[in-house]
Write a protein that binds this ligand. Structure first.
Ligand code: AKG
Ligand code: FE2
Ligand code: MN
Length: 221
């Protein structure tokens, strides 16, 4: 629907950037899988990509063995940020996490090349808490969530550059998430051509884990 960006499904208002297998799933995950398009201003997108580019460029894209979750990527765990980027990350924290949640302190930065993609996985419950929040830069992509016990239950999120997504609770624990490869990158009938995509991902620590002893998150966390 032009203008409102929302589609009425019965009484349920579904934003134009979320699709699901049924109104029941959409309704159930309404607060658990959230996308905020345009969360970043153009200037903020520029701030982040400018800061990340030199660090990422030093690394090589990896094409891991057959069972790895992520293909065609390079990544870094970043602890030191410019003041401007810290302000952006503070906004992510305020928008996605509750005051009681402690965040994993290095922020995960993932650079997917145009052919790169992420296979379905659930982030390790040992190292990551109930909330995952990600900023997308450069290229749009489609994130698909599939229920781990009921494969007919799914949700798709359209992640435009500058958007923020949040997965929490059931969307984080009961559904796998993946980023579709270019050949499969459709949001319904709409083709979403994949270019290089950078994501900046904040995660809460598992409950009961203090910030001093976060352990070493595995690469797929
Ligand atoms: O790139 C993203 O937004 C998600 C990355 C992801 O799923 C992970 O690193 O576990
Ligand atoms: Fe993940
Ligand atoms: Mn990861």
């Amino acid at each position: 629907m032009a203008g409102s960006g929302r589609l009425a499904l019965g009484t349920l208002q579904v934003p134009g950037w979320v699709r699901g297998s049924s109104p029941a799933v959409l309704s159930r995950l309404r607060d658990a899988a959230v996308v905020r398009p345009g969360f970043l201003s153009a200037a903020e997108e520029e701030t982040l990509s400018r800061e990340l580019e030199p660090e990422l460029r030093r690394r090589r894209y990896e094409y891991d063995h057959w069972d790895a979750a992520i293909h065609g990527f390079r990544e870094t765990e970043k602890s030191r940020w410019s003041e401007a980027s810290r302000a952006i990350l503070q906004r992510v924290q305020a928008a996605a996490f509750s005051p009681g949640q402690t965040l994993l302190s290095p922020v995960h930065v993932l650079d997917l090349e145009p052919r790169g993609y992420i296979k379905p996985h659930v982030d390790s419950i040992k190292f990551c808490g109930a909330t995952i929040a990600g900023l997308s830069l450069l290229s749009p992509s489609v994130m698909r969530l599939v229920h781990t016990q009921e494969p007919g239950e799914w949700l798709e999120l359209l992640l435009e550059p500058g958007s923020l997504y949040v997965l929490r609770g059931s969307a984080r624990y009961d559904f796998s998430h993946e980023i579709l490869r270019d050949e499969e990158s459709f949001f319904g009938a709409r083709r979403v051509p994949r270019g290089r995509r950078i994501s900046v991902i904040c995660r809460s620590l598992p409950e009961g884990m203090g910030p001093e002893e976060p352990g070493q998150p595995p690469p797929a966390c």
